[in-house]
Ligand binder design. Structure first.
Ligand SMILES: Cc1cc2nc3c(=O)[nH]c(=O)nc-3n(C[C@H](O)[C@H](O)[C@H](O)COP(=O)(O)O)c2cc1C
Length: 182
């Protein structure tokens, strides 16, 4: 089982990293995990040039290794803090660069865009209470749909401002991961 993590926090050892580690701990032992750190390996943002509408490829090649990892993955995990109700900018740049898969699907008419189906999870952290992940959830569902990825589950750690791990997260992780058995 190949697992790709799109990691959106600037630091691996803060809340988002802690939530991700708790999630990875519950994955089957045979899982092979690769992490893509959006802050330390930023992609050039999409400028809407339209090249992918013609070639199905981006004119920028800085995402080539990531696209290979994505296409080979069985499980896709988006682990991100919420910044102003959305993704942090380098994560949003990665998401926008997925436009090439939208073009492959809807302009060039290829379905599925990626042969290997995937199971996808969303992990978020946010400083405040309440549903801060609403926008990110909708964005993530949208790009999962063009990546042949089934949205399996979501775990949101809210109110990280109080700094304490919430034990209820463990059972929410377990419940989300049960989707891998289906
Ligand atoms: C630029 C910025 C914007 C933020 N926007 C929100 C927000 O809209 N809602 C919220 O609840 N928390 C917001 N936060 C708080 C972070 O989501 C929260 O601290 C999160 O746990 C950070 O993840 P990390 O510990 O992995 O860095 C924001 C933080 C920053 C730095």
């Amino acid at each position: 089982m190949r697992v790709l993590v799109l990691f959106g926090s600037p630091k691996r050892d803060r809340h988002t990293g802690e939530l991700l580690d708790a999630f990875l701990k519950q994955l089957p032992v045979q899982a092979h995990v690769e992490e893509y750190h959006c802050f330390s390996s930023p992609l050039v943002p999409c400028d809407g040039c339209g090249a992918c509408d013609v070639q199905g490829q981006c004119r920028h090649r800085d995402g080539d290794v990531l696209w290979d990892q994505l296409e080979q993955a069985d499980v896709l995990i988006v682990a991100t803090p919420i910044y102003f109700m959305s993704y942090p900018a380098p994560m949003k740049a990665v998401v926008d660069r997925l436009q090439r898969y939208w073009s492959i699907r809807f302009v060039l008419g290829k379905k599925p865009t990626i042969q290997r189906p995937k199971k996808g999870f969303l992990l978020t952290t946010s400083g405040s209470e309440g549903d801060q992940a609403d926008v990110v959830r909708r964005q993530t569902r949208m790009f999962f749909s063009i990546l042949n990825t089934h949205f399996c589950g979501e775990v949101d750690w809210t109110h990280t401002d109080n700094g304490r791990w919430d034990d209820a997260l463990e059972s929410r992780i377990k419940e989300a991961i049960s989707c891998l058995q289906e």
